[in-house]
Design a binder for this molecule. Structure first.
Ligand SMILES: [Zn+2]
Length: 71
């Protein structure tokens, strides 16, 4: 279950908008429960990209904390 599960209700065709995905090279039908602009595959990439940058931000906070301890 979830945004990266093709069988999830949120990725079913009832969320398709009838338009194409906003990614220039992608012509899949757009529309998931998470966004009306991207197709399933591009939405997964996008959501994972967001999760990755949040992880990087929290990692950099941890690095700062460690430096404070060393000081
Ligand atoms: Zn797409």
């Amino acid at each position: 279950m979830g945004f990266d599960d093709p069988n999830d209700e949120g990725n079913s065709s009832r969320y398709h908008t009838g338009k194409e995905c906003v990614e220039a090279e992608c012509h899949n039908p757009a529309g998931t429960a998470w966004s009306p602009y991207w197709c399933f595959e591009c939405n997964v990439k996008r959501m994972k990209g967001i999760a990755k940058s949040l992880q990087e931000i929290s990692d950099s906070f941890k690095a700062d904390e460690q430096m404070e301890v060393e000081w």
